[in-house]
Design a protein around this ligand. Sequence first.
Ligand SMILES: [Zn+2]
Length: 81
Amino acid sequence: MKDDICPICGGVKIESTTSFTVDYNTGVVVVRDVPAKACMQCGEEWISDDIASKLEEIVSISKKQNQEIFIAKFNNYSLAS
Ligand SMILES: [Zn+2]
């Protein structure tokens, strides 16, 4: 497995956090402190399937707030997985 090697530049991936933004018709949802892997060399980021499905849940919760801009922290949501 070459999981920890960046397929783009061959750099090393490290544990990191990122922000995830969804822009939909009536607003924007920003989720901060999302666990991700990032390439030390080129900065490309990867989010695991697990994290991605939690993000979808957070986004759908956030959309119901009907705010133009909604900022959530990933760790503030403990969702059933
Ligand atoms: Zn890279």
